[in-house]
Design a protein around this ligand. Structure first.
Ligand code: PHB
Ligand code: FE
Length: 326
């Protein structure tokens, strides 16, 4: 690994209309179908649709927890302030052949380059957050852009959803019920509040709320209790990244079904296939990576421990990689 690299540059548009990007020793090019990535010891080609969907998540989640593998070769490791960009680092064959490569970048440098790349390479009509049947195509020569989709920010509640001021945060006009959640009960719970507490006590139907989500595979933090973060999300098709966590992460399957492909975080060797049906709860260990498949749009609660101390405690063996040992 080299010292923190800052060299970034961009080229004039190529014959397909797209700019090329350089980040340290890495170069990124796109054509009508593929992204081509080169580094000092190798090269890689990947479908542009997969790449843009992964890039969108890496940006939106601010490099997330631990490792974001775009596929089995390319990805980032978050060090919370600086970020590794790697090729083959978590791929056994690349490691053994010594073709893997990793460079560290200041957070703002790599974030800036990634945002420019996503903006330049996303065509009109393609929404990297949307389910496959709810978006147009990313392919072809450069035509237009989709800044509205790639810069969308989450609807932010000012208070708990349901409290006065935030009771109508998702409506038919702004967030119609998704086609796959047409059967989700939209009734709201009845709360009988003691006089004087009307402004402070409320409840809401989380299933109804989630049925109106217009994005897939994009957890939102809906509650924070010390380091405990509840992050529900709606899922359809394939999680566009393979997540290598630096801490234990819990999944609560709220509806329908997701199949998780679980691999060793370092090598990519298969470890398990986990089929989660509505009501199932699973803890993903801190030494694996996982990718979810959801045939029908489903609802998932991702439960994260946000403690900044955990990655180091786990990496140094002071905390276990599993929440419980039988
Ligand atoms: C995860 O990596 O744990 C993850 C990411 C996005 C989702 C669900 C789970 O939508
Ligand atoms: Fe994860």
């Amino acid at each position: 690994m080299t010292d923190t690299a800052t060299l970034t540059s961009v080229s004039e548009p190529n014959e397909h209309g797209y700019r090329s990007f350089q980040l340290g020793g890495f170069t990124f090019d796109r054509d009508e179908h593929f992204v081509h990535i080169e580094w000092p010891t190798g090269r890689h080609v990947t479908p542009v649709e997969d790449f843009l969907k992964a890039l969108m998540r890496d940006i939106a989640w601010n490099f997330f927890y631990g490792t974001v593998n775009f596929d089995s070769v390319i990805g980032t490791v978050n060090h919370y302030g600086n970020v590794d960009l790697f090729a083959g680092r978590f791929n056994d064959a690349y490691r053994k052949a010594e073709l893997d490569h990793m460079e560290n970048f200041d957070h703002d440098v790599i974030m800036g380059a990634f945002k420019d790349m996503l903006s330049d390479w996303t065509n009109d009509g393609f929404d990297p957050f949307a389910a496959p049947q709810e978006t147009g195509s990313p392919y072809g020569v450069k035509h237009g852009d989709n800044e509205a989709a790639i810069t969308r920010t989450r609807v932010t509640a000012q208070r708990m959803v349901g409290l006065p001021g935030d009771e109508k945060i998702r409506t038919d006009e702004t967030h119609p019920i998704n086609r796959m959640f047409a059967d989700v009960d939209q009734s709201e719970p009845t709360i009988e509040v003691e006089p004087g507490y009307e402004n402070d006590v409320a409840s809401f139907n989380l299933f109804a709320y989630l049925s109106r989500s217009d994005v897939t595979w994009n957890p939102s933090i809906v509650s924070v209790c010390k380091e405990s973060l509840y992050c529900p999300t709606t899922e359809e098709f394939i999680l566009p990244i393979i997540h290598g966590n630096d801490r234990v992460e819990w999944f609560l399957q709220l509806s329908d079904e997701i199949t998780w492909r679980v691999e060793d975080r370092e090598t990519g060797a298969p470890r398990a296939t986990v089929v989660m049906k509505a009501g199932d709860v699973a803890a993903m260990p801190a030494d694996i990576r996982h990718q979810g498949y959801s045939s029908k749009r489903s609802m998932l609660l991702v439960w994260e421990n946000g403690s900044a101390e955990l990655p180091d405690l786990i990496a140094t063996g002071q905390a276990p990689t599993v929440p419980v040992t039988w």
